[in-house]
Design a protein around this ligand. Structure first.
Ligand SMILES: *[C@@H]1O[C@H](CO)[C@@H](O)[C@H](O)[C@H]1NC(C)=O
Ligand SMILES: *[C@@H]1O[C@H](CO)[C@@H](O)[C@H](O)[C@H]1NC(C)=O
Ligand SMILES: *[C@@H]1O[C@H](CO)[C@@H](O)[C@H](O)[C@H]1NC(C)=O
Ligand SMILES: *[C@@H]1O[C@H](CO)[C@@H](O)[C@H](O)[C@H]1NC(C)=O
Ligand SMILES: *[C@@H]1O[C@H](CO)[C@@H](O)[C@H](O)[C@H]1NC(C)=O
Ligand SMILES: *[C@@H]1O[C@H](CO)[C@@H](O)[C@H](O)[C@H]1NC(C)=O
Length: 615
């Protein structure tokens, strides 16, 4: 069923050249150019101080998604923001004008990100403070730079590492432009706090990137290793010191080896779990530590390493039989994949970003083989390669050999298959939600997820062999003979210098502001709660046109109804009142005076009204 939509013969990289594409492949290509533009716009829509979907958000901060309820992702996450800015900084760094980007505007966005992160580092929060570094492990903040004080899976120790990597990439660009003082005075103080955090806390447990399990996580440690390697090089260039970078990086690499169980990479250790450990955590760990100069090293789990390929097969195969929308897909063809097979969040579904990451890892591997000029099939990776040529044997195949050509061409088609599934399941308006339903493929959970859009851009860039700058993997892949753990206590200082033109802070909204109503009222099954008011978006007091509230968060102890109104302009004054409709159609209004409110224009702007039914 899927093969009628997917290309039967995809464009094939032969000796680095794109071979003539079939008509079916052109349709994937044209989807990619259109969705690339849409994704870049989707990212910018979610950026504070400019994006139409991020009213009231500070300049330089991304909201994770404009969704304000079920799930409420109207916060800024350190991880999602760093990964997205890394994607943007790489685009900027490669002198690209792809996706319609404007370089001068993008550089302002990058500098606003830098300034906003300097402020966030010093915001005391439930994880701690900057003084001893603990506050840097806080995963998410309010969009107006305030701490998020609700219960959460914290700390999460990947954020500082990912942010350091993004900031180091931009610092290297500044140095290449002779901007030594910006690198030293503005960038290094922020980067140095994040590196100190990694050097001090890498050997402590924390919550994984899915914010669910507290232990030691492959993704976290892989990106921490990379950050320290880059940090050591940058410190040297700037004449600064990062003793922890050089001493701790090899120790993290040593510990990372214990995640390889002989068959696949286990996502989490140092915790009690009944899960298999098969998890997109490991695929993401590999693509975010991909080094274009890398030589398929197993120790750093490079995309073309035997370990990463074996792991890719185990991971993808784990979803073939559990998602209804994968039924009928052959084992050598791309399948829809999610976070981990045991996942139940929102029903446990494929995610756009994991399906795209599965393609990206393969594009990375193809890039590396092409650069190296050989492809090795080992005992470890044999099963992976047999999906593409059942008679292939272990050995080393040069780029001139037929086996190399057959395998790389089939793997490129396989990789395109993952992008083809995303094509098939992207709605006509190009929005990328967080997930799509495992049975019906309908998009679900948070809409317009910043990270989904970023993962689209990185995957299609790698497909075009556009790769980020090396992070120094080739001189950092030697594993010490014995592992030890002697983390270094860091020193932390709030960064004070910022780019002269960058803006920090919340800019009042002038556009549409989503507003969420919460009301507590005990109801029985079949009785529903609505609200209406004196504006057309609220139905002008007509009980047939009011806003229907959702009981998705209603429990016996918390009788909560909620709903979000999307279409009201900042500054609009309005009156409103709640009412119930009984199963027989009878309407009951709450008593008391009309409620009065104004959609705010000031800061912070994520209005939510918390009411209790007036009886
Ligand atoms: C890029 O953006 C700047 C600032 O908004 C503007 O002045 C300039 O004309 C834009 N450049 C292009 C090529 O659109
Ligand atoms: C950092 O936070 C501390 C404690 O809130 C505050 O006293 C200090 O002024 C802040 N530093 C900067 C540079 O904002
Ligand atoms: C700390 O490092 C040691 C040595 O690699 C390892 O055995 C241990 O599991 C690590 N613990 C945590 C929580 O990272
Ligand atoms: C998928 O279908 C199964 C079987 O009908 C059902 O139990 C499950 O809730 C569905 N999942 C989603 C996410 O709709
Ligand atoms: C795009 O289409 C999907 C599916 O029809 C819908 O749920 C979503 O709200 C739309 N997004 C936008 C930004 O219009
Ligand atoms: C709705 O009510 C508010 C508050 O009483 C009032 O200021 C506003 O003018 C009313 N709007 C309309 C459209 O009647």
């Amino acid at each position: 069923m899927w093969s009628t939509v997917l290309p039967t013969v995809a464009a094939v990289l032969v000796g680095g050249q794109l071979a003539a594409a079939s008509p079916a492949a052109v349709s994937l290509d044209s989807f990619i150019s259109k969705e690339g533009l849409r994704s870049y716009q989707g990212i910018m829509d979610n950026l504070g101080n400019k994006g139409v979907k991020a009213p009231g958000t500070a300049a330089g901060l991304f909201i994770a998604s404009p969704n304000t309820a079920n799930p409420d992702y109207f916060y800024t996450w350190t991880r999602d923001s760093a990964l997205t800015f890394k994607c943007l900084i790489d685009l900027f760094d490669s002198d690209s004008s792809d996706f319609g980007l404007n370089r001068s505007e993008l550089e302002t966005d990058i500098q606003n990100y830098v300034s906003a992160q300097a402020v966030l580092q010093n915001v005391s929060n439930p994880s701690g403070t900057l003084e001893d570094g603990t506050g840097l492990g806080e995963p998410k903040f309010e969009v107006d730079l305030n701490p998020f004080t609700g219960a959460w899976g914290r700390p999460q120790r990947d954020g500082p590492a990912l942010r350091a990597t993004a900031l180091i990439t931009y610092t290297n660009y500044l140095l290449s432009q002779g901007q030594q003082s910006e690198a030293l005075d503005i960038m290094w103080p922020i980067i140095s706090n994040d590196l100190a955090y990694v050097g001090q806390y890498w050997n402590d447990t924390g919550f994984d990137l899915w914010e669910e399990t507290d232990g030691s996580s492959f993704f976290t440690l892989a990106v921490q290793h990379r950050a320290l390697v880059q940090g050591a090089t940058l410190a040297q260039k700037l004449g600064m010191s990062c003793a922890a970078c050089s001493s701790q990086a090899p120790q993290i690499l040593c510990f990372l080896q214990s995640f390889w169980n002989g068959k696949y990479i286990t996502a989490n250790i140092n915790l009690e779990t009944s899960r298999t450990g098969i998890d997109a955590n490991t695929i993401l760990g590999t693509i975010h530590t991909f080094d274009p100069e890398g030589l398929c090293d197993d120790s750093t789990f490079q995309p073309c390493s035997a370990r990463a390929l074996a792991n890719h097969k185990v991971y993808v195969d784990a979803f073939r039989s559990i998602y209804a929308i994968n039924s009928g897909i052959a084992e050598s063809s791309a399948a829809n994949v999610g976070r981990y097979p045991e996942d139940v969040y929102q029903g446990g579904n494929p995610w756009y970003l994991t399906t795209l990451a599965s393609a990206e890892l393969l594009y990375d591997a193809l890039y590396q083989w092409n650069k190296i000029g050989t492809l090795d099939v080992t005992e470890t990776s044999l099963a992976f390669f047999q999906d593409f040529d059942s008679s292939v044997e272990t050995g080393s195949y040069s780029a001139q050999s037929q086996t190399y050509k057959t395998l790389t061409s089939a793997i490129r088609t396989y990789a395109d298959g993952f992008v083809g599934l995303v094509q098939k399941y992207t709605p006509a308006n190009g929005s990328l939600a967080e997930q799509y339903n495992r049975n019906t493929s309908v998009p679900l959970s948070a809409n317009d997820l910043t990270w989904s859009f970023a993962s689209f851009l990185t995957a299609v860039q790698r497909r075009d062999s556009i790769v980020p700058v090396s992070w120094g993997e080739t001189s950092a892949n030697t594993v010490p003979t014995t592992c030890s753990a002697s983390p270094v206590t860091g020193t932390y200082n709030a960064a004070t210098s910022t780019f002269p033109t960058s803006t920090v802070g919340c800019v009042p909204a002038t556009d549409v502001v989503p507003i969420t109503f919460y009301v507590i009222e005990n109801t029985y099954y079949g009785e529903n709660v609505y609200l209406s008011g004196n504006i057309s978006a609220l139905g002008n007091w007509n009980t047939g046109d009011g806003l229907a509230l959702n009981a998705g968060l209603y429990t016996e102890t918390d009788n909560l109804w909620f709903g979000t109104l999307e279409l009201v302009s900042a500054g609009t004054p309005f009156e409103y009142k709640y009412y119930k409709i009984e199963p027989n159609g009878a309407v009951t209004w709450e008593s008391g005076d009309n409620r009065v409110s104004v959609v705010p224009t000031g800061c912070p702007i994520q209005p939510s009204l918390h009411d209790v039914w007036q009886s």
